[in-house]
Design a protein around this ligand. Structure first.
Ligand SMILES: Nc1nc2c(ncn2[C@@H]2O[C@H](COP(=O)(O)OP(=O)(O)OP(=O)(O)O)[C@@H](O)[C@H]2O)c(=O)[nH]1
Ligand SMILES: [Mg+2]
Length: 379
């Protein structure tokens, strides 16, 4: 009898075990069948469970040398990013070319061309100038084919972009101190991102760089800059929150000089061009830095999506800090690439760099001919 009871008990235990295994198999299958979120690792049961001993042993910390990013080289970037430019500006390019490919270039056609340029933020004066020059040229060419007209348009757009302006960034050190680049602009235009991207370009070109976080309003601002630097092994000079940004900028240049780095990049807090107090503070930052020597480059970062308002902002900043170059960011997010022409024409300051995305290396030296090719597509 006892023998029978023990036998039945063993059977029951075995059956229970089998039932549990089947149940577990089903659950695993259900997890695996769930549609995976994009980017999420697939859920998989390990084929062989690790020995229990391994699970109990705490992992031994492994000291790993920090690995730095290898930024993309700066040369030829606009050509590589042309695709992105073509995508955002395709409606402008298509609009212009479709007018020029009409059977007759009558008054209506020229008006439509003018409207297309105005809508792309080229600005009134530059648009009138462009259309007039194009009209004259088309008249001279009399029965020009759409292809020939496209080339005329490309040449005129390139000419309007000031192909002879000096767009080089002055980043080379002096005998006794580094080159200093000051980055300014309104809130959210892309200053910190641009500082980070420029640091990457310089590192890629074999230069030594120091970052100065002269945005002391928010601790997060300095952290954001520091993160950009850390990725490429570049140090950031910071000050306490709400400390004087001019003194942080001064210290950054001082430390950069002591460390004999090639270039010091100073990020500043975003400020509205209409706030006199904040604009005065910017003037002070520049003056204090210049106790070490002249600032080599003052870059105004403008968000291309703000359109003509960018020109107004630029004018005020120029009056305060003598801007030497414009960085036009977020060109990937607007079809109004004509702002490049407007801003340069109104201010006589070259667009030196363009931002074409949120990616770490989505910043390119500006090149008028490449830009126009991106706009109009291949001939
Ligand atoms: N699409 C796109 N986004 C950009 C570009 N440049 C910057 N951004 C984005 O714009 C946002 C603001 O950038 P920040 O660099 O923090 O701007 P900021 O001028 O430092 O901002 P404040 O310090 O707050 O004035 C971020 O989300 C960036 O990723 C660009 O060229 N294209
Ligand atoms: Mg910032």
């Amino acid at each position: 009898m006892e023998f029978l009871i023990v036998g039945v008990a063993i059977m029951l235990v075995l059956l229970l075990g089998v039932a549990l295994l089947v149940q577990r198999g089903r659950r695993t299958a259900r997890l695996d069948d769930r549609p995976a979120r994009p980017g999420a690792p697939a859920v998989r049961e390990p084929d062989v469970l690790p020995p229990v001993g391994d699970l109990l042993t705490p992992p031994v910390p492994v000291l790993v040398e920090p690995e730095y990013d290898v930024p993309a080289p700066s040369a030829g970037r606009l050509a590589r990013l042309r695709e992105r430019l073509a995508r955002s500006q395709s409606s402008l390019g298509r609009g212009l070319l479709s007018v020029l490919s009409r059977d007759r270039l009558d008054e209506q056609a020229w008006e439509d061309l003018e409207d297309t340029l105005l809508q792309a933020d080229v600005g009134v004066a530059a648009t009138q100038d462009l259309v007039e020059r194009l009209r004259t040229q088309a008249l001279v060419a009399a029965s020009a084919s759409p292809g020939a007209l496209r080339d005329l348009l490309a040449a005129e757009l390139t000419a309007a972009l000031g192909p002879d302006l000096d767009r080089s960034l002055r980043t080379l050190p002096h005998d006794d101190r580094p080159a200093v680049i000051l980055v300014v602009g309104v809130n959210g235009s892309g200053k910190t991102t641009t500082c980070g991207k420029i640091a990457r370009v310089l590192v890629a070109d074999g230069r030594s760089v120091l970052l100065g976080a002269a945005d002391t309003f928010r601790a997060a601002a300095a952290e954001q800059l520091q993160t950009w630097g850390e990725r490429v092994g570049v140090e950031t000079v910071r000050g306490p929150e709400n400390s004087d940004p001019a003194s942080v900028a001064f210290d950054a240049v001082k430390q950069g000089t002591a460390a004999r780095v090639d270039t010091v990049l100073i990020d500043t807090a975003g400020r509205l061009h209409t706030k006199a107090g904040l604009m005065d503070e910017l003037g002070k930052i520049k003056r204090v830095i210049e106790r070490h020597g002249p600032v080599d480059e003052t870059l105004l970062v403008l968000d291309a999506t703000t359109g003509q308002n960018g020109v107004v902002q630029a004018r005020v900043f120029t009056e305060i800090v003598d801007v030497t170059g414009i960085v036009l960011t977020k060109l990937d997010g607007t079809a109004k690439g004509g702002i490049v022409i407007a801003v340069q024409r109104e201010l006589g300051i070259p667009v030196k760099l363009v931002g074409l995305g949120e990616g770490k290396d989505d910043l390119a030296p500006f090149d008028p001919a490449e830009f126009v090719e991106g706009l109009l597509g291949p001939s």
